[in-house]
Design a protein around this ligand. Structure first.
Ligand code: SF4
Ligand code: SF4
Length: 439
């Protein structure tokens, strides 16, 4: 297993689309199932779909590598029903030796490791624990693609598949160098931004508002969406957090609807957003342990955009508590027995209902692969988009480097190296390495 860990780390492979957990660090003894996340939980994203459609052989070879090096007897490729239909896959279908398809319901949310593992296997990861404690290692589809390429060509991660979608004529998936500027990609695709629209890194539920003029593609960039400001998806991201918290303190009628619909609560986790809303921030600052279950929230936004009829955002309150808990280095660590609630089955949110809640249904067109775009004059490669220590530059200002060269070593402890995604001249920036093509 160590050999595979080394390959994954040296190739700079990171969870492609989530929080950016270095993939090598997930490899551990004790798993009997490899679960590949192709659920593409967020609406409007088609990155995994395109990879599965066009590059399945590399995904399967990456999966086979993990099975061979770990001795895990079986892998499940988990996709939602609409993706399975688009790809012509059947539940239980055998894709290769020891690799099978698992079709998930078209519900939201399912893409986070806790919901995914439960839905695909019936195993519940205990609150605050990692999938390995339930005997499962979870990797994303693109992570396996990157491993497949690294195994076959000894190729580090220098490119990224990204959905460019939302309110544009032809949503598409492009393959671009890591560090490519979003504004440059828009120019090459002839996309013009107009007033009244906002750009997100990620999906309409959990994506973050970005400035496309300064933002670059990272190894974790799954999709860039352009959405109108008058959609619930954008409204919820632009809310004034101070006002949201003040509103929560004054307007909540404690109806418990947010808790009744919370997917983590429905999985039996001790998370009750209505109680979070009731707890005053001043009290939490003195006794942060009181809000420790805030760390169990996956940030799905159901409590905010769908459950609450008073316009309150339990999610905003909980995010505030998460910051407070992180500052105090507090994590949920209570043992005990947990099981999903009976009502979960009929309270799951259909995917189409969720799209309509966010106001994005009309933008949901199945994206196809545009192709690779390589002719960028400049890339800006981030050094700390992964979890753990930032990468440490091993090049200097003015150095000339070739595509694929190592430009930053892994930092101490949990960390990853970075490689040049284009050839050119180096400038060291603030927490990034800039490469300018030599013309
Ligand atoms: S749904 Fe809204 S009003 Fe009801 S308990 Fe939750 S935050 Fe309060
Ligand atoms: S965002 Fe709200 S509904 Fe979603 S997990 Fe957190 S508390 Fe529950």
């Amino acid at each position: 297993m160590q050999e595979l860990k080394n390959l994954m780390q040296q190739s700079g492979i990171v969870g492609a689309g989530g929080a950016g957990f270095p993939s090598y660090a997930k490899l551990a003894e004790g798993a009997d199932l490899l679960l590949i996340n192709g659920s593409e939980c967020e609406p409007l994203l088609y990155t995994d779909y395109v990879i599965l459609k066009n590059e399945l052989s590399f995904v399967l070879s990456g999966i086979s590598e993990v099975l061979a090096h770990t001795g895990i007897p079986r892998a499940l490729l988990a996709v939602k029903a609409h993706t399975a239909k688009n790809l012509g896959l059947e539940d239980g279908e055998r894709l290769a030796d020891k690799i099978f398809v698992r079709v998930l319901p078209d519900a939201y949310p399912i893409g986070d490791e806790v919901s995914l593992t439960y839905e695909a296997t019936g195993r519940l990861i205990k609150p605050g624990k990692l999938p390995i404690t339930a005997g499962v290692i979870v990797y994303n589809v693109e992570t396996m693609y990157n491993l497949g390429r690294a195994t076959k060509f000894n190729e580090p991660v220098t490119k990224k598949f990204v959905t460019i979608g939302g309110a544009i004529e032809n949503p598409t998936v492009v393959k671009v160098p890591i560090g490519a500027k979003i504004s440059d990609i828009f120019k090459k695709l002839n996309i013009k931004l107009t007033e009244g629209y906002t750009v997100l890194d990620g999906g309409p539920s959990m994506g973050k508002v970005i400035n496309p003029a300064t933002y670059s593609v990272a190894k974790t960039t799954k999709g860039i969406l352009i959405l109108p400001d008058d959609t619930e998806a954008i409204r919820s991201k632009k809310m004034n957090v101070k006002m949201a918290i003040a509103r929560a303190e004054t307007a909540c009628c404690q109806c418990t609807r947010c808790t009744d619909m919370c997917p983590r609560h429905l999985l039996g986790y001790p998370l009750e957003p209505h109680k979070m809303v009731r707890t005053a921030m001043g009290v939490a600052e003195v006794l942060p342990e009181m809000v420790i279950s805030a760390t169990l929230c996956c940030g799905c936004g159901i409590c905010e955009s769908l459950a609450c009829s008073q316009g309150i955002s339990p999610r905003a309150v909980i995010e505030n508590y998460k910051t407070l808990l992180a500052e105090n280095k507090l994590r949920f660590n209570q043992g005990g027995e947990y099981s999903a609630r009976e009502e979960r089955d009929y309270r799951m949110i259909p995917y189409k209902k969720w799209m309509s809640t966010l106001g994005v249904t009309k933008f949901d067109l199945v994206a196809d692969f545009y192709g690779e775009i390589n002719d960028f004059n400049r890339v800006e490669i981030p050094l700390s988009k992964h979890i753990g220590a930032p990468s440490v530059p091993c090049v200097s200002d003015g150095d000339t480097i070739n595509k694929g060269d190592l430009i930053a070593r892994a930092g101490n402890g949990l960390s990853l190296p970075q490689h040049a995604s284009i050839s050119g001249t180096v400038t060291l920036g603030n927490n990034k390495i800039i490469i300018d093509k030599i013309n």
